[in-house]
Ligand binder design. Structure first.
Ligand code: NAD
Length: 244
């Protein structure tokens, strides 16, 4: 997943001194730590070593210790990190101590699948609005939510406190949708359409493109093939979460 940074990141702009200014790579790994920590908590672990957490999150332990030191979390020698405390700290930093309202625009193949996915709620998000321009789709219900016409987006954003918009329309429609989201007051956009969006300062855009991830894997396949073709060639693996 890539990010277009547009002006100040909300939270950094006029940041209160207590809010750490984290490197982007650290921010991208925090959700991985959180997922691993929730798993540990569910299996009854109260503490975890940096090595244990690093393995569970699929990163190296030196990187993990550095990341967590940015949060002021150093663990206790011989004991490790307090799992519940670290969950609270990471959820606070990620702003997950409140469930954020999300609008999804474009309820075709991809949007329908996203709208039907139950896993967002447990990770801090409520999809509260589904919007589409196709009158054939408007009025249909997915996961208990009706698809509304795109013309209702602006009012819904204001009335329902929506701050995050997900775009799953064709690329040709995505900029117009982004403009409508921003005009209505949305300040974060997750864009699945294969295009670059232009947004004003203060709006954050992240882009998800599985084709790009496959192209990166294709590069590694190509590299491995060319290295093993060399006499005595050895190839190491490489693990990176989509979204890092
Ligand atoms: N990021 C990824 O990995 C990934 C994977 C698959 C598809 N995509 C992209 O996601 C997008 C959606 O793909 P899909 O297969 O679901 O397409 P789709 O044609 O099935 O669905 C698109 C939906 O957007 C709606 N739409 C069009 N213009 C609109 C507008 N102005 N306002 C509101 N709704 C509008 C259409 O009515 C339709 O329901 C495409 O841009 C596609 O390239 C990305």
């Amino acid at each position: 997943m890539s990010q277009q940074r547009q002006g100040n990141t909300p939270g950094n702009a006029g940041a209160v001194p207590a809010f750490p200014d984290l490197p982007e790579a650290t921010i991208a790994r925090l959700p991985e730590y959180l997922r691993a920590l929730h798993h540990l908590a569910e299996s009854g672990s109260e503490t975890v070593s940096s090595e244990g957490l690093a393995t569970a999150a699929g990163v190296n332990s030196a990187k993990l210790r550095k990341d967590l030191s940015h949060l002021g979390s150093y663990g206790t020698r011989g004991v490790g990190y307090d799992v519940a405390l670290l969950i609270d700290q990471i959820e606070y930093i990620l702003g997950l101590d409140q469930r954020r309202a999300v609008a999804l625009v474009g309820v075709g193949n991809l949007g329908h699948a996203l709208a039907g996915y139950d896993g967002f709620a447990s990770r801090g998000f409520r999809i509260v609005g589904l919007f589409d321009a196709d009158v054939e789709r408007v009025g249909k219900t997915i996961n208990g939510l009706p698809v509304r016409h795109i013309d209702e987006l602006g009012r819904a954003v204001v009335e329902e406190g929506i701050t995050i918009g997900v775009i799953a329309t064709p690329a040709g429609a995505a900029q117009g949708v982004a403009d409508e989201l921003v005009a209505a007051g949305v300040t974060s956009i997750l864009n699945f359409a294969p295009c670059v969006l232009s947004v004003p300062a203060g709006v954050d855009v992240r882009k998800v493109d599985l084709a790009i991830e496959l192209q990166i894997l294709s590069f590694h396949e190509h590299r491995k093939a060319s290295l093993t073709a060399l006499p005595g060639g050895r190839v190491g693996g490489n693990q990176e979460a989509v979204g890092s």
